[in-house]
Design a binder for this molecule. Structure first.
Ligand code: A3D
Length: 320
């Protein structure tokens, strides 16, 4: 049986890391596309040359021609520009919307059966626009944000509690931005919810609130430290987790920016929710009951995403 084909659209910081991880995990053959001449070719060659030491079997090639993504099983999209210090993700909207148009058309023409994972920011609006431009089914186009946001939350919690990250689960809903909704009562250490851990004296409510805020600001903290560009190791790892769930039909329960129609009272929009990812793409949206305070946070986040989608429609009337 032929190996799966993974197309990476964008060969920047995240794109290169995705290529390396996909090869090391032997998820399939990798084609790296970028408009910058030489960048995808150079990164692909460099990564291919790590193969003998790593011992992986994966073909690795760079290209500037969309025709080369033909037949891809998975496309992961990072094309566009990242934030600079002081910028919000939303500041990227105008420039990255144009990029989504060309990427969406490229995928529509050459890889219409792929499972498409968007990473480009502002995430919830860009994944919506990419779906519109590509015309692919909604269950096959998804945004990566919740896996990363919950990984950040899990990391901070594991350090606070002095326990393995493997035993910490975390739950983050809503848009990938300042309004994201980390849910403490659905986040646990080995099944013990965070509010119980506060009662048990493992941490204080004040410290927990600080961790939740640090999770919300997780991307900006790294942008501020790096000064050029934004986070790329953990974002790439998160997207690879989603791609693997699809390629291996793992039925993983992962928070993603998925198309929600009906659940959470939403009438068809992309926003961060728990999903089941398997061979059918987004096979299910998991609807949980929110308490009034959580619902209020979710509503605020949904409104922020709706505002970004409206801004996209104002910029590109073909989306209206
Ligand atoms: P960067 O290293 O600049 O790579 C972007 C690549 O896109 C560059 O190689 C460009 O040449 C290429 N590119 C630009 N326009 C096009 C085009 N029209 N077609 C194809 N390629 C193009 O950025 P990065 O890899 O650090 O980040 C990529 C995106 O991911 C940015 O928008 C970030 O804001 C976003 N990001 C999202 C998250 C999430 O959690 C959602 C986290 C981190 C970064």
């Amino acid at each position: 049986m032929a190996r799966p084909k993974i197309a990476l659209i964008g060969a920047g910081q995240i794109g290169g890391t995705l290529a390396h991880l996909a090869a090391i995990k032997e998820l399939g053959d990798v084609i790296v596309f970028d408009i910058a001449e030489g960048t995808p070719q150079g990164k692909a060659l460099d990564i291919a040359q790590s193969g003998p030491s790593e011992g992986f079997d994966a073909a690795m090639r760079g290209t500037n021609d969309y025709a080369d993504i033909a037949g891809a099983d998975v496309c992961i999209v990072t094309a566009g520009v990242p934030r600079k210090p002081g910028m919000s993700r939303d500041d990227l909207l105008g420039i990255n919307l144009k990029v989504m148009k060309s990427v969406g058309e490229g995928i529509k023409a050459h890889a219409p059966n792929a499972f498409v994972i968007c990473i480009t920011n502002p995430l919830d609006a860009m994944v919506w626009a990419l779906r519109e431009f590509s015309g692919l089914p909604h269950n096959m186009v998804v945004g990566m944000a919740g896996v990363l946001d919950s990984a950040r939350f899990r990391h901070f919690l594991s350090v606070e509690f002095g326990v393995s990250m493997r035993d910490v689960t975390a739950f983050v809903l809503g848009g990938h931005g300042d309004t994201m909704v980390p849910l403490a009562r659905y986040s646990t250490v080995a099944g013990i919810p965070l509010p119980d851990l506060v009662k048990m004296g493992w941490t204080t409510q004040e410290k927990l609130d600080g961790i939740i805020q640090r999770t919300r600001d997780g991307g900006a903290e790294i942008v501020g430290l790096l000064k050029t560009g934004s986070a790329f190791y953990a974002p790439a790892t998160s997207a690879i987790e989603m791609a693997e769930a699809f390629l291996k039909d793992q039925k993983r329960v992962l928070p993603c920016a998925a198309y929600v129609k009906g659940a959470y009272g939403l009438d068809g929009m992309y926003v961060g929710v728990p999903t089941v990812i398997g061979a059918g793409g987004i096979e299910r949206v998991v609807a949980i009951t929110l308490d009034p305070a959580e619902q209020a946070m979710m509503d605020k986040s949904v409104d922020a995403v709706k505002g970004l989608v409206a801004a996209c429609k104002a910029i590109d009337p073909s989306l209206a």
